[in-house]
Design a protein around this ligand. Structure first.
Ligand code: 3EB
Length: 355
């Protein structure tokens, strides 16, 4: 969404537990009423109101950055626990954590930081009585850089997976079936930054039959598997639903496909998203969600690819540009520059839907 439109009007129906999100190109946090979390993405992380900042520039014209705001109706209580900032209602919890990587000599320890961050997240959940992790966002610098660790050389994303999985295994939360929806992207710098949504009620996790579950990836993708589900659906007693689709890339089975072809990678990512939407609907027993009516957060590795990726998303999804809008102003998509967690992947797309 861009700053000129009123994003909330695009999603008048909030989802489960009145949850909704907006993405704006301008930086002012509108009102604190009902604010669960505010996340600022920009190349310069100098925001004073956001709960958490991510060094990731917006690729849409005229935007200083992207402010992602999660909102609910009703009362929100704010607190801190260790490195975590949190806000919660009686049913939903937002947690934001930034942790500098511990240093061993000159070497940064992303595995250690991941383990600490997830331990802190699980501690807030336990303290506030939220049993279920629904969605996690993971952002850290130099995600594709190789590092010497314990005698071997591992990509930092793979080291991150070791620490994340260790924290899951030290907790009672599943790192496999029932794991939260998630994404993991590389920033331009700064601390490990994670934020998450948790609930008192259990979400339904969704897998993609076109892809091997990430928690079952073969060892060639790293000694420990990534701990996430392809999607999750949170529902409430009033019949509201929210669908979280994890970061989705051009992976079929467990292999990256269309190496070097950013348009084909975008199309394959969207085929995967359409499949996850269908699986979510299958689980719900009706066509609750449509890929045409989701909010998309698109990450491109190379800034120069942003226009063609955005055009491909609009072409495939037939996005409604809205009255008087020019192409480039589609309101249901933001495009950010980030590194994707396999060196050959040029694009990753995540989405959220409310019904
Ligand atoms: C993939 O499908 C691409 O480690 O939390 C997507 C979503 C990806 C989440 C994560 C990684 C994660 O394997 C990468």
């Amino acid at each position: 969404m861009n700053g000129k439109s009123a994003p909330s009007s695009r999603h008048p129906a909030a989802g489960a537990l009145s949850l909704r999100v907006s993405f704006e190109g301008m930086s002012a946090v509108k009102a604190s009423a009902g604010l669960l979390g505010a996340v600022w993405h920009a190349d310069v992380t100098d925001h004073t109101e956001a709960d958490i900042q991510v060094a990731m520039p917006s690729m849409l014209a005229d935007q200083a950055g992207v402010l992602e705001q999660w909102r609910v109706d009703g009362d929100v209580r704010e607190g801190r626990l260790g490195p975590a900032l949190f806000r919660c209602t009686d049913k939903l919890l937002f947690v934001a954590i930034s942790i500098d990587e511990p240093l061993t000599g000159q070497t940064r320890d992303i595995a250690g930081a991941a383990q600490q961050a997830y331990a802190a997240l699980f501690e807030v959940m336990a303290a506030e009585g939220f049993a279920h992790l629904v969605r996690c966002w993971n952002y850290f610098a130099d995600i594709n850089q190789e590092q010497v660790d314990q005698g071997g050389v591992l990509e930092r994303y793979r080291l991150f997976n070791i620490g994340r999985q260790a924290a899951f295994e030290a907790s009672e939360h599943s790192a496999e079936v029932g794991a939260p929806a998630a994404c993991a992207l590389g920033t331009h710098g700064g601390p490990l930054t994670i934020y998450a949504l948790a609930a008192r009620s259990e979400p339904r996790s969704v897998e993609n039959p076109r892809q091997v579950s990430a928690y079952r990836y073969p060892r060639r993708y790293g000694p420990k598997s990534p701990s996430f589900s392809r999607g999750s659906v949170l529902s409430d007693a009033a019949g509201g639903h929210v669908l979280f689709i994890s970061g989705t890339a051009s992976i079929v089975g467990h292999e990256s496909v269309h190496v070097g072809d950013v348009v084909a990678q975008t199309e394959e990512s969207l085929r995967n998203i359409v499949t996850v939407v269908a699986q979510a609907n299958l689980g719900l027993g009706s066509e609750v969600f449509s890929s045409h009516k989701l909010c998309y957060k698109v990450f491109v590795r190379n800034p120069a690819d942003a226009p063609v990726v955005a055009d491909t998303v609009r072409r495939v999804l037939g996005m409604d540009m809205g009255e008087g809008k020019e192409s480039g102003e589609a309101t249901d998509m933001v495009v950010l520059q980030a590194d994707v967690c396999r060196a050959e992947l040029l694009v990753e797309i995540e989405a959220v839907g409310f019904a």
